[in-house]
Design a protein around this ligand. Structure first.
Ligand code: AQP
Length: 332
């Protein structure tokens, strides 16, 4: 059976983009793949995290996985730092990956911005750790949002270079799984920026912890243009904010953007926004309610993570041993 690995960072403000671009897809893949879903806390600390908040955010992402419908008995759910193979293989990949490759990574450029010199080495080497996350399980497929495509290409390059350098056919060449109507959900305040946890404006995103009232207000205030909605998707081309809201509606209702425009084409945002708010509340409220219940019992969440970590280590231990043998590292 093909093996899936994917992760979400516990950096707070888990949002609709994380849900539609990643977590919701994780749920659907459980029947057809062996699935490993990781709360990537080592990735989170590549930028400063308050230790207490990090613990809470790790439990929150776990609760979101469970509340969205990931079955912890079938799939493996755990936090990255409990399985040391991730960090160990990342070091080996630091020695395989090339500086020139990392220099091309747009996410580092965006995140480090003008503060490149003071950014952590971890933030720079983040894609090597991501490659290790995936390859520690020899995963074959990774469901992600559009924004992670470049990092996955790097994972393929690292795996290929390792295989060539050591003359082996050891690592599979991983395939990204990018699907659905909302592979890149954009900010509600600016249709040219992706919805993101780190956007300073809370109005830019709908989070898993927003109340119905907050969701409704955020959608009502979402940036739009004065035009009516077009009847065909071509009419959305120069209208990023409209395209984003239609895409969100389509993803939440399980339709295509074309279907949504058949219903709403020719109507203004005064009609469309309340319909979108109702739909978002209908889909997100049961997940938020369940998350709240789960968060009230941190002991249960920690037990899920501990069980997942044990099962994850059972997969990575033999793979890491083989990697050590290939590289020439003596292990007992
Ligand atoms: N806006 C988005 N649209 C669709 N998918 C998205 N993802 C993130 N943002 C969007 C997908 O969610 C998964 C988990 O992402 P992550 O937590 O590992 O980090 P990220 O991609 O850096 O997400 P954020 O929310 O934008 O965080 P910050 O602000 O810290 O950078 C991934 O599969 C991602 O593709």
């Amino acid at each position: 059976m093909n093996r899936i690995f994917s992760g979400v960072q516990p950096t707070g403000n888990l949002h609709l983009g994380n849900y539609l671009g990643a977590i919701r897809n994780f749920v659907g893949l459980q029947n057809d793949y062996e699935c490993i879903y990781c709360v990537v806390d080592l990735h989170a600390i590549t930028v400063w995290q308050d230790p207490k908040e990090l613990v809470g955010n790790t439990r929150e992402v776990t609760a979101a996985f469970l509340a969205a419908g990931i079955d912890p008995k079938g799939s493996i759910i755990f936090n990255q730092s409990q399985v040391s193979a991730h960090a160990q293989l990342a070091w080996i990949f630091n020695c395989v990956s090339r500086l020139g490759w990392l220099n091309r990574m747009t996410q580092f450029k965006e995140k480090a911005g003008k503060h490149r010199e003071t950014a952590s080495v971890g933030l720079y080497a983040y894609p090597n750790l991501m490659a290790a996350d995936i390859m520690a399980y020899k995963a074959t497929h990774v469901p992600v949002g559009e924004d992670q495509k470049q990092h996955l290409e790097l994972t393929r390059d690292i795996a290929q270079k390792f295989n060539t350098d050591f003359g082996v056919e050891f690592f599979p060449i991983v395939e990204p799984l990018i699907f659905g109507e909302a592979t890149r959900v954009m900010s509600l305040r600016d249709g040219s920026k992706k919805m993101s946890k780190s956007d300073p404006s809370d109005q830019s995103r709908i989070t898993f912890t927003d109340t119905a009232d907050e969701i409704s207000k955020k959608i009502r205030r979402a940036k739009t243009d004065p035009e009516e909605l077009p009847s065909e998707t071509d009419g959305l081309k120069e209208r990023p904010e409209a395209a984003n809201l239609v895409g969100i509606y389509a993803a939440l209702s399980g339709q295509t953007s074309a279907d949504v425009l058949q219903e709403f084409g020719g109507r203004g945002f005064g009609d469309f926004k309340p319909a979108l708010a109702d739909l978002a509340i209908e889909k997100l409220a049961p997940i938020s309610d369940e998350m709240r219940k789960l968060m009230a019992d941190p002991g249960h969440i920690d037990a899920v993570l501990a069980d997942g970590a044990e099962r994850a280590r059972a997969l990575t231990d033999p793979i890491l041993r083989e990697i050590h043998e290939i590289v020439g590292l003596i292990s007992s």
